[in-house]
Design a protein around this ligand. Sequence first.
Ligand code: DGJ
Length: 543
Amino acid sequence: MKILLRGIIFLLVSLSVPKGYGKGQIPFLQKTGAVTQLIVDGGPFIILGGELGNSSASTIIYMTPVWPKLKALHLNTVLMPVYWELIEKEEGKYDFSLVEQLISEARKNELKVIILWFASWKNSMSSHAPVWIKLNQEKYPRVRDDKGRSHEILTPFSENNLQADLRAFTAFMNFIRDFDGKKHTVIMIQVENEIGMLPTARDYHPEADLAFQKAVPGQLMDYLEGNRDRLMPWLQDVWKNNGFKTSGNWEEVFGKGLEADEIFMAWHFSRFANRIIEAGKEIYPLPMFVNAALNRPNREPGSGYPSAGPLPHLVDIWKAAGPEIDFLAPDIYFPNLKHWCDQYVLQGDPLFIPEHRFDRTAAAKSLYVIGHYAALGFSPFSIESNEDPGNDPLGKSYALINELKPLILSRQVQGMTDGVLLDKENQETVLRMGKYGITFRHDHTLGWSPGAKEEEWPATGAIIIRTGEDEFYVAGSGVVATFRPADDESLNAGILKTEEGRFENGGWKILRHLNGDQTHQGRHLRIPVGDVGIQRMELYIYK
Ligand code: DGJ
């Protein structure tokens, strides 16, 4: 009763705050035009994140030396697991003291937190389920593969499994609301981790088999019919190849084979996650998302990659079954970042990268995804693994983004920001910004750039912000830009002014007026490899 009353009061308070910029409001997502922003404490926020290694948040002791590293890397947000097996060691008895302490530490370090709910599934397995779940297979059944063997994976077809996770999650959300409802240290929740099915594409538990014989739910058929022309191409093809049937069981509508298996599982995984999220949001409506272990090209679901996760080709299935899921997020460990991001934004959904390999490309990529995709944020995995965080290029990119934050956030909703990502294979990108075409090239395309002759070129990148008809800020490293009028080939574009500087107390402070060799006598803007900085330039058009 007390809990119910608290819920009602909380709901009334949050409903009475006007949509927009209420300071006391729970973090929420706001779409303006094509851009979705995360609003935290009265203003839009960019997640300069890092995800902890899987076991790091399991004790306070282990985390003690980690916090200064996160600060040295200029993070504003840490992605931190909460482990079901540690918060509910005994069935129905919840202990959130570890989480409470970790959130308090985050506050001391001026960090926001994104919780990773490691419960029913973590990388397709159920290793984080409490002992009492693992030992009671009768009540909490496992998936079966096509040989009838069970694995340490909870089946999504069991109501007992769902209710156990749901009870723990609602207890957790009650705790977050009570402990953090005013301070908003926790800004989003990732529910489960890399949901997917291994070692077979679908579950063969008897309950799963039963569901597989049933008709495809009307909710999915309606979605497919209503969005027929804008479905992700793979799904559109699968459905088309079976004659765009509007009723029947899974194999009738999607054909016999791995496609139907994967679509069926995706539907049920998404429904499961959706029910958890729905219940959590009733208590405390933070933005909630799911993340994906990406599929290897030309590999089969269930053996070559975890089947049925929130993958690009399954976006529509996840969205149809999971209206409460705010967005689907890719974990990027493959090199072709653009390819993956393009698919996740194809239907106008926001982009957030909760995990990226913490490699030498991460610094450039963080600039690119914020600039080009107006991403909610970026977050390399195993962020504490860096032994020299003060000198990591990622920290330099994050500091730059932080400095430019007001400008980025105000201009991205007007479509006036973009980004470039360059390396030896992709040496050049042309952007159209207002009345100018700007060609960005890798710094090493200049023959005289030290390192130009090297076998490997570092990934470089920049954010570009247009602040007026002829005014731009370029922030990043290892790029050279040249200009032309976008609409009239017969005219030329030149540089009126280039400055190197920084933002201090909201104002632009010039550190150097750049010209001569630094602009190749007025021919280009350049931030060499090795330098990380911001330049402001004014262009003009002449005959
Ligand atoms: C992706 C997972 O989501 C992480 O939790 C972690 O297991 C990494 N893979 C390891 O590379």
